[in-house]
Design a protein around this ligand. Structure first.
Ligand code: ZN
Length: 280
């Protein structure tokens, strides 16, 4: 049996989503094909995002309370009918949701490693970070800074992130822990449609962030976002590069299926709107 990795008491009976399921659903519903494809295995049409047996029913219930709060923020950000809001109110619960995603990503790597990206010494320290994140999720103490980069055209240009396809910024989702040698920096990078969240587990004092720090005490003002460290640009380029690589792995049969779905789709959808955007 798998014990719940969060409470350590009950049986983990759920295949918990790493990225909340409402985000996967939004991507499907605003696309002409109604399926998801991952960069790792692009030829498989998926109905759902990545899952691991991490949580018991009770903890899953606790996390879903945070997800409901975060969903309100998400629907303001990822909305093809309205402009991106000038200010967003993040509550304690919405912040807990973001930290809980970071916890799930790191716990997934720790308990169910798929690729050995980390050294033994690094992995041995993961529980320490997981515990402190857990404290942050349940009590709202700010052990780690959470940064937010709204992925609007204006912000991307202002902070100098790569001007790649808008589909990366507006439609992709995924998350990963990223660690630099000798603990120079350790972040959990969380990409969702229209936004990037960065949980700074080990801060690097040379990194300059301006206007990106999330707090539940004050509303987040988009106009204040001015600077993000260059490493974030590298992350964006890295993930976009993986996406391009995955496109080259698509078989002719899958490409044909995609073309068919797109041609059969009548009317407009979010995905088409994103594809029409230009950096100018
Ligand atoms: Zn539990």
């Amino acid at each position: 049996m798998n014990t719940c990795k969060y409470c350590g008491d009950n049986e983990a009976i759920e295949n918990s989503h790493i990225i909340p399921s409402f985000i996967c659903r939004w991507v499907k519903e605003t696309s002409p094909t109604n399926v998801l494809r991952s960069s790792i295995n692009p030829n498989v049409r998926q109905q759902d995002g990545e899952k691991e047996p991490l949580l018991c029913k009770q903890c899953e219930g606790e996390f879903s309370t945070y997800e409901r709060a975060f969903k309100k923020v998400f629907s303001q950000m990822a909305n093809y009918r309205k402009d991106f809001p000038n200010e967003i109110k993040f509550t304690k619960e919405t912040l807990s949701c973001i930290t809980s995603i970071a916890w799930r990503v790191l716990a997934g790597q720790y308990y169910f490693p798929k690729d050995h990206l980390y050294t033994r010494d690094e992995v041995d320290r993961f529980p320490e970070f997981l515990d402190k994140m857990k404290e942050q999720i349940s009590s709202g103490v700010q052990n780690y800074t959470v940064h937010f980069i709204p992925c609007t055209k204006e912000v991307i240009k202002k902070v100098g992130l790569p001007q790649i396809d808008f589909s990366y910024y507006e439609r992709s989702f995924g998350a990963e822990p990223r660690i630099w040698d000798d603990w120079a920096r350790f972040i959990i990078y969380i990409k969702i449609p229209f936004g990037i969240f960065v949980v700074e587990l080990v801060k690097n004092n040379h990194d300059i962030w301006t206007g990106t720090k999330l707090s539940y005490e004050n509303p987040f003002l988009i106009v204040n976002v001015e600077k993000v460290p260059p490493v974030i640009g590298y992350q964006v380029s890295h993930f976009f590069g993986e996406f391009l690589k995955s496109l080259s792995k698509l078989t002719e049969k899958q490409k044909e299926l995609m073309r068919k779905d797109i041609n059969n789709f009548k009317g407009d959808c979010g995905s088409f709107k994103t594809n029409r955007k230009k950096w100018d």
